[in-house]
Design a protein around this ligand. Structure first.
Ligand SMILES: [Zn+2]
Length: 362
């Protein structure tokens, strides 16, 4: 089914009221016919509850509908698209739905539901099918550097996983130069002009970009969907949590602790389960709640507890700022140890007493 050229796909640019009515009834017809899977993707400028959402692309495997939200505004959603997006039983493929969902809810009161997020499916797939181009760090090592068991969550730092961008997924899994070329062209335009998604008429290269984005989702899905066999439910649960991750926040921080290249913890349930451990302690950086065990004793005592992802973000920041300082001042006499960390922990990655494998729930 792979197409050599994105232009081979049937698409429709919807930017006036008559076109909107037609497109929605066509789309509803397709959706009602059989259990059609959809792909959904939003574009805009700093897309989030704050930035502008200017385009929403909704596609079936046969046809791509590109809705001009900048021009038609709320009408796009009240004409029936909102209903489709909110319908839990209507499965939608997304790729990192977090910002799209935040924008749709806070700006248009559309609560995106029934999501199957491919960024999460890729993580599940990668765990089962590691390849030379996807191995970053070993997962689930159960011992520390000196060979003792690591029981406490806070010690299992090798469980922190990277998430991939859409471009990388296309490169690694679809290996389709045409798709990559069209994506790169779009990215180039965006680099030159941050507001390119606000310009009208919508450039043809961007139309192609919308088509590629949604069509590639179907291809990624068909490549990876069988990995979780009977565990489709696990992806559903994970996606539901992901879709609400930004949307559900009272306030967003828009910092590195909120948005980064790591899979947030407790988003994908463990294999064979559909729920998460009870969470009662807040991470001081990302403000998400986790079991108390997520945090080291030292940090809990100091009230500076960071989850493993935030710890990693902080570590990278510290390394970078230390490097910067060392080059500037040529001062590598003193080793910089992050606040709240003993020098033992800096060297070994954990406190000495966190070694015994005892549980420290107190
Ligand atoms: Zn955190």
């Amino acid at each position: 089914m792979a197409s050599e050229n994105a232009t081979d796909y049937d698409y429709r640019l919807v930017d006036d009221e008559t076109g909107l009515k037609d497109a929605i009834s066509e789309l509803k017809g397709k959706v009602a016919e059989r259990n059609t899977l959809l792909a959904v993707d939003c574009e805009g400028d700093s897309l989030s509850r704050k930035g502008a959402l200017t385009i929403i692309t909704v596609a079936t495997e046969e046809k791509v509908y590109i809705f001009d939200v900048l021009k038609l505004g709320q009408l796009v959603f009240t004409s029936g698209l909102g209903e489709i997006l909110e319908d839990e039983s209507r499965e939608k493929l997304t790729f990192d739905c977090r910002q799209d969902s935040d924008a749709l809810w806070h700006q248009f009161k559309v609560k995106l539901s029934g999501v199957l997020d491919l960024q999460l499916l890729e993580v599940i797939y990668r765990r089962e099918n590691p390849t030379s181009s996807t191995i970053d760090t070993p997962r689930f090592s159960s011992t520390n550097k000196r060979g003792s068991l690591r029981n406490r969550r806070s010690q299992r730092t090798d469980e922190v996983e990277k998430i991939y961008g859409f471009g990388r997924c296309i490169e690694v899994y679809l290996q389709d130069e045409n798709l990559t070329k069209i994506k790169d062209k779009g990215k180039e335009l965006l680099k030159k002009d941050k507001e390119v998604w606000k310009k009208r008429p919508l450039m043809d290269d961007l139309i192609q970009y919308c088509i590629v984005d949604t069509m590639a989702m179907f291809r990624l899905y068909s490549k990876m969907k069988d990995v979780n066999g009977g565990e489709q439910a696990r992806l559903r649960v994970a996606s539901e949590k992901y879709v609400d991750l930004y949307r559900g926040k009272t306030e967003r921080s828009f910092d590195d602790y909120e948005t980064n290249a790591y899979l947030p913890l407790d988003i994908i349930p463990d294999k064979g389960t559909l729920d998460f451990p009870a969470a009662n302690t807040k991470c001081t950086r990302c403000h998400r709640r986790f079991p108390r065990e997520e945090f080291s004793i030292t940090q809990l005592r100091k009230g500076e507890q960071k989850c493993r992802v935030c710890k990693e973000i902080k570590r990278v920041e510290d390394v970078q700022s230390n490097r910067g300082r060392a080059t500037r001042e040529d001062d590598d006499d003193s080793v910089y140890i992050p606040e709240g960390m003993s020098d033992y922990a800096w060297v070994y990655g954990h406190e000495p007493w966190e070694d015994s494998g005892d549980s420290y729930d107190w």
